[in-house]
Write a protein that binds this ligand. Structure first.
Ligand SMILES: *[C@@H]1O[C@H](CO)[C@@H](O)[C@H](O)[C@H]1NC(C)=O
Ligand SMILES: *[C@@H]1O[C@H](CO)[C@@H](O)[C@H](O)[C@H]1NC(C)=O
Ligand SMILES: *[C@@H]1O[C@H](CO)[C@@H](O)[C@H](O)[C@H]1NC(C)=O
Ligand SMILES: *[C@@H]1O[C@H](CO)[C@@H](O)[C@H](O)[C@H]1NC(C)=O
Ligand SMILES: *[C@@H]1O[C@H](CO)[C@@H](O)[C@H](O)[C@H]1NC(C)=O
Ligand SMILES: *[C@@H]1O[C@H](CO)[C@@H](O)[C@H](O)[C@H]1NC(C)=O
Ligand SMILES: *[C@@H]1O[C@H](CO)[C@@H](O)[C@H](O)[C@H]1NC(C)=O
Ligand SMILES: *[C@@H]1O[C@H](CO)[C@@H](O)[C@H](O)[C@H]1NC(C)=O
Ligand SMILES: *[C@@H]1O[C@H](CO)[C@@H](O)[C@H](O)[C@H]1NC(C)=O
Ligand SMILES: *[C@@H]1O[C@H](CO)[C@@H](O)[C@H](O)[C@H]1NC(C)=O
Ligand SMILES: *[C@@H]1O[C@H](CO)[C@@H](O)[C@H](O)[C@H]1NC(C)=O
Length: 746
C-alpha cells in the first residue's frame, strides 16, 4: 500500500483505504462511502479513477456474465455501466420480472465477483437503441400521460419504477458493501422542460438520497443535485471539458458514453478507427477526466425483440469486445495498454489539476506556436503530448523533436521514455480468431406452414383497422389483419395503398395466396405509406376473397419524447384499387385482428409445443414459401473447443431470408439477410470507414452457450418472406487461434 499525496478526509465508519487506484476488491463486503470533489469520484474519501465500460445485462445471458466480467477486468476496467430496462422488468403493468436475462441482481453479483464497481443508469428512459427507449408500451394507454415531462401520470409511474429498482438493488449499494457507486436518473434529456429536470433533482435530493451515492444526468439538461456528464466521440475536442469546468467548477469530469456506435439493417458495417478511440480516451484522461466509459464496451445482442426500430440483432459490434464475445483487435489490446497506464498512474493524475501548455510545431522552416499542439503534464511522472492537427507533423517537447500523427497522443514518463502512442499498435495482431465453418449442418429439416391451418384464435373485430400495439401490447411482433374484399376488377397492376408505420413490414395475401410485401427498416418513428402494385390478374372481379395482411413490427424507435405515442401496423386506412376498405355497415366486411402467430401460441419452437403440429419431413416444399416454420435437431458434443464463451457458436443464416430463429425455445432475435448499401457521404458519429458493402448487414447470429446442450438441440426458424436455401443453413464456431498473441491473454 502506498500513501496518496493528496489531502483527503475519511468519512464513514471504516478506516480509509489508500491504495490507488481503488478497486471494488479493496472495499467489497463492508459498507463504504462514495462522494466527489471537483477532480473525481471519491471512495471512502479517496479520489478514484473510474475506468468503465457499458455492458447491458439483457444483451447477454447469465452464463456469459462471469466470462464478460472477467474479460472486462483483465482488459483494465474497474467499473461496469448498465442501463436498467423498464419494459424488460415490467412488461405487464404492476408485475415485475427479474428472471433469466432480467436477473439484475445476479449481474450485479457477477460484477462484484470480478472486482468491478457498477454505475447503474436507471433512467427509466434509456434510449439505448432498445425498443421504445425502455418504456413499456402500456404507458401509451395511461390517461393524460405525457412522457419525460412535468406530467403527473408520468412522474408518478417513473418515480414508482425508480423506487422499485432502488429497493431491489439496495443490498448492492456501496453503503451495504455492494458494487454500486454511481446511479443515473433520466437520460440525454434534450427537451426544455426545466421544471421536470428540477423534479428529477428533487427526487435525487429527497427520496433517493438514502442511496448515499452520487447521481448523474448525461448529455442534456441536468439538475443541480446531479453531476452532468458527457456523451460524445471526444469530450475534449468538442469543448465539453472547458464548458463543464466553467459551469460546474465543483464537479468532476465524467464521460459516460464514448460512442462505439451500432449497426442498422440495410446499412454497411461502419467502423471507428482504433487510433481515433485511443486518441479520444487518452485526451480525456489528459484533460482531467476521472471517469470514462466506452459505450459499449461489449454490445452483445438484441435477442428476442428488444432492438429499437431498424437496429440489427448484434449490437455495437465494433467495440472492445465483439458482440459474439471475442476480443476486437487491435482495439481491445491497444486500449487495454492505455487503461493499465492510467490505472498505474491514477494517484499522480488525481493528485493535481490538469494544466495545458502549448508546445511548438515544425512548420517546415522553424518551430511555430499554434493552438493544436500541447502537453498536459502531471509531475513528476506523466506527460501527455497531444496533436489535434488533421495531418502528421513534428512537435518540440523537452528539446525533443517528436513525430505526431494526425489526432494523436503520446504518453511519456519523466525520463522521456515513451509509454504509449495512440497511433501505433502495429505489434497487435488483429487476426486472433477464425471461423470454423459448419460445425453443424446441413440440417435435417421438417417444415410447417403458418397459413396451412385455419386458426381458432380469438379475433377482435372492427370496421376500421386498429393500431397494432393497442392489440398486441407489444407481446408479439406479429398481427394478422383479415377482411373480406370484393374485387372491382382483377388487373395485373392493382395498386394497394396502406397507411402504416416506419420500421414495419406488411405481407399481403388473397385467399391464402401470397401477393407481395412492403417493408421499412429505418431507425426512426412515425408514419409511412405503403404503395405496392399487386398482380391480381388470376383472380376474378366481383368475387369476394379473404384479404389478409400480416404486420411485423421491427421494434419501436428509442427516441421518446413528451406526447410521442408510437404505434405499429396499420395506422389509418387501406385502399385496394382505389377502394377504401372501410365499411361500418356490414359485419362480414369488418377487419378481424389476430394477435400473434399460431406457432407462437402453440410454442412449436419448444419441446412441449413441437408435437402440437404435424411437421412435414419433405422440407424442400418449404423453400421460398412465405410464413413457413422449419425445425431440426442437432448435436454439439463433437466441438473442438468446448468453451463457448471464448469460442462462440453462431448461426450462419445465409440461405434464409427474414424472420426469427429459436434454439431450444429461446428467441435469437430478428435475422435478416438484407444487404448493406454503402453511401458516398461518410456516416455520422465517430465512424471512419464503411465495410461489407453489398453483403448481408448481419450474416452470423450469436447463440448464448446456456441455450445449448451437448445433444438433441432443437432449432426452429420462422421465415416470413420465404427462405431460398434452408439447406445451406448451419452453425459455425469462432475460435481463438493462439493463446499468446496479444497482451490480454498473458
Ligand atoms: C437470480 O440469480 C440468482 C443467482 O443465480 C438466483 O439465486 C435467483 O433465484 C435469481 N432470481 C430470479 C428471480 O430468478
Ligand atoms: C390505441 O392507443 C392509442 C394510444 O397509443 C390511443 O390513443 C387510442 O385511443 C387507442 N385506440 C384504440 C382503438 O383503443
Ligand atoms: C385527464 O385530463 C382531463 C382534462 O384535464 C381531466 O378532466 C381528466 O380527469 C383527466 N383524467 C385523469 C385520469 O387524470
Ligand atoms: C440550481 O442552481 C442555479 C444556480 O445556482 C439556481 O439559479 C437554481 O435556482 C437552482 N435550481 C434549483 C431547482 O435549485
Ligand atoms: C512562441 O511562444 C513562446 C512562449 O510564449 C515565445 O517565447 C516564442 O517567441 C514564440 N515563438 C514564436 C515563433 O512566435
Ligand atoms: C524534426 O524532425 C523531422 C524529421 O526528421 C525533420 O524534418 C525536421 O527538420 C526536424 N526539426 C528540427 C528542428 O530538427
Ligand atoms: C528515470 O531515470 C532515472 C535515472 O536513470 C531513474 O533513477 C528513474 O527511475 C527513472 N524514472 C523512471 C520513471 O523511469
Ligand atoms: C496474422 O496475420 C499476420 C500478418 O498478416 C500473419 O503474419 C500471421 O501469421 C497471422 N497469424 C495467424 C495466427 O494467422
Ligand atoms: C383452439 O383449438 C384447440 C384444439 O382444438 C384448443 O385446445 C384451444 O383451446 C383452442 N383455442 C382457442 C383460442 O379457442
Ligand atoms: C367473410 O364473409 C363470410 C361470409 O361471406 C364470413 O363467413 C366471414 O366470417 C367473413 N370473414 C371476415 C374476415 O370477416
Ligand atoms: C358509419 O360511418 C358514417 C361515416 O363516418 C357515419 O355517418 C355513420 O353513422 C356510421 N354508421 C354506423 C352504423 O356506425
Amino acid at each position: 500500500m502506498r500513501l496518496l499525496p493528496v489531502t483527503y478526509i475519511c468519512v464513514g465508519i471504516l478506516t480509509c483505504v489508500a491504495t490507488s487506484p481503488i478497486t471494488y476488491d479493496d472495499v467489497r463486503g463492508t459498507p463504504y462511502t462514495v462522494g466527489y470533489d471537483h477532480r473525481a469520484i471519491t471512495i471512502n474519501g479517496v479520489r478514484t479513477m473510474l475506468i468503465s465500460g457499458a455492458i447491458h445485462y439483457p444483451r447477454s445471458t447469465p452464463a456469459m456474465w462471469p466470462y464478460i466480467m472477467k474479460m472486462a477486468k483483465n482488459q483494465g476496467l474497474n467499473t461496469v455501466q448498465t442501463y436498467v430496462f423498464w419494459n424488460l422488468h415490467e412488461q405487464k403493468q404492476g408485475i415485475l420480472d427479474f428472471t433469466g436475462r432480467a436477473n439484475l441482481s445476479a449481474f450485479l453479483q457477477e460484477a462484484a465477483n470480478a472486482g468491478l464497481f457498477v454505475n447503474l443508469r436507471i433512467g427509466p428512459y434509456v434510449s439505448a437503441e432498445w425498443t421504445y427507449g425502455g418504456l413499456p408500451v402500456w404507458l401509451n394507454q395511461v390517461p393524460n400521460i405525457s412522457f419525460r415531462s412535468s406530467n403527473d401520470a408520468w412522474k408518478r409511474l417513473m418515480r414508482q419504477f425508480i423506487l422499485n429498482i432502488v429497493d431491489y438493488v439496495t443490498p448492492y449499494l456501496a453503503k451495504n458493501g455492494g458494487p454500486i457507486i454511481v446511479a443515473q436518473i433520466e437520460n440525454e434529456y434534450a427537451g426544455d422542460d426545466r421544471a421536470y429536470v428540477d423534479w428529477c433533482g428533487t427526487l435525487v435530493n429527497n427520496e433517493l438520497s438514502s442511496t448515499e451515492i452520487p447521481w448523474i444526468m448525461c448529455n442534456g439538461l441536468s439538475a443541480n443535485s446531479t453531476i452532468e456528464t458527457c456523451n460524445s466521440c471526444n469530450c475534449l475536442d468538442d469543448g465539453w471539458i472547458d464548458q463543464h469546468r466553467q459551469m460546474y467548477p465543483d464537479k468532476p469530469l465524467m464521460f459516460t458514453e464514448n460512442e462505439g456506435w451500432f449497426q442498422q439493417w440495410g446499412q454497411p458495417i461502419s467502423i471507428r478507427k482504433t487510433s481515433d478511440v485511443a486518441y479520444s480516451v487518452a485526451e480525456w484522461f489528459a484533460g482531467g477526466g476521472a471517469y470514462h466509459a466506452y459505450y459499449m464496451w461489449h454490445g452483445g445482442n438484441n435477442y428476442g425483440r428488444i432492438a429499437a426500430s431498424g437496429v440489427t440483432t448484434l449490437y455495437a459490434d465494433d467495440v472492445c469486445l465483439h458482440a459474439d464475445g471475442t476480443p476486437n483487435e487491435p482495439k481491445y489490446t491497444q486500449l487495454s495498454r492505455l487503461q493499465h497506464i492510467i490505472a498505474d498512474r491514477a494517484e499522480v493524475l488525481l493528485s493535481q489539476d490538469s494544466i495545458r501548455t502549448t508546445i511548438p510545431y515544425w512548420n517546415g522552416k522553424a518551430w511555430a506556436n499554434g493552438t493544436s499542439q500541447f502537453v498536459y503534464s502531471y509531475p513528476p511522472s506523466t506527460h501527455f503530448v497531444i496533436s489535434q492537427a488533421t495531418s502528421p507533423l513534428f512537435v518540440l517537447f523537452r528539446n525533443q523533436n517528436i513525430s505526431m500523427n494526425d489526432h494523436s497522443v503520446r504518453i511519456y514518463d519523466d525520463n522521456m521514455t515513451l509509454l504509449w502512442y495512440s497511433a501505433d499498435y502495429s505489434d497487435i495482431a488483429s487476426n486472433t480468431t477464425e471461423l470454423v465453418p459448419v460445425v453443424v449442418g446441413p440440417l435435417d429439416w421438417q417444415t410447417w406452414s403458418e397459413s396451412s391451418v385455419k386458426s381458432n384464435l380469438s379475433v377482435i373485430s372492427s370496421p376500421n383497422p386498429i393500431g397494432q400495439l393497442n392489440i398486441t401490447n407489444d407481446e408479439t411482433i406479429y398481427l394478422w389483419y383479415r377482411r373480406n374484399v370484393t374485387l372491382k376488377q382483377a388487373s395485373a397492376d392493382t395498386i394497394l395503398r396502406v397507411q402504416t408505420r416506419i420500421a414495419n413490414a406488411l405481407l399481403f395475401f388473397l385467399n391464402g395466396q401470397y401477393l407481395g410485401e412492403f417493408d421499412d427498416h429505418n431507425h426512426q418513428a412515425g408514419s409511412a405509406e405503403a404503395f405496392i402494385v399487386l398482380d391480381l390478374s388470376h383472380f376474378n372481379s366481383n368475387q369476394q376473397y379473404l384479404f389478409e395482411i400480416l404486420s411485423i413490427s421491427f421494434g419501436l424507435f428509442s427516441g421518446v419524447y413528451a406526447n410521442t405515442f408510437e404505434q405499429k401496423g396499420i395506422d389509418g386506412n387501406v385502399w385496394l384499387d382505389g377502394q377504401l376498405l372501410l365499411d361500418n355497415t356490414t359485419e362480414t366486411n369488418f377487419w378481424n385482428h389476430q394477435k400473434g402467430l399460431i406457432g407462437e401460441y402453440l410454442q412449436i419452437y419448444t419441446e412441449q409445443g413441437s408435437s402440437k403440429v404435424d411437421w412435414d419431413t419433405q422440407w424442400t416444399k418449404g423453400i421460398n414459401q412465405p410464413i413457413t416454420w422449419f425445425q431440426a435437431r442437432f448435436d454439439l458434443d463433437h466441438l473442438i473447443r468446448e468453451d463457448k464463451n471464448a469460442n462462440p457458436i453462431l448461426l450462419d443464416a445465409l440461405g434464409l431470408n427474414r424472420g426469427h430463429a429459436f434454439i431450444n425455445g429461446n428467441d435469437l432475435g430478428l435475422y435478416w439477410l438484407i444487404q448493406g448499401i454503402c453511401e458516398n457521404n461518410q456516416p455520422c458519429c465517430c465512424q471512419h470507414a464503411q465495410t461489407n458493402c453489398l453483403k448481408p448487414t448481419q450474416r452470423y447470429y450469436h447463440i448464448p452457450p446456456d441455450w445449448l446442450r451437448p445433444k438433441n438441440n432443437l432449432i426452429t426458424i420462422f421465415d416470413d418472406l420465404g427462405a431460398p436455401s434452408p439447406g445451406s443453413v448451419g452453425l459455425v464456431q469462432r475460435v481463438v487461434k493462439s493463446s499468446k498473441i496479444n497482451d490480454f491473454f498473458l
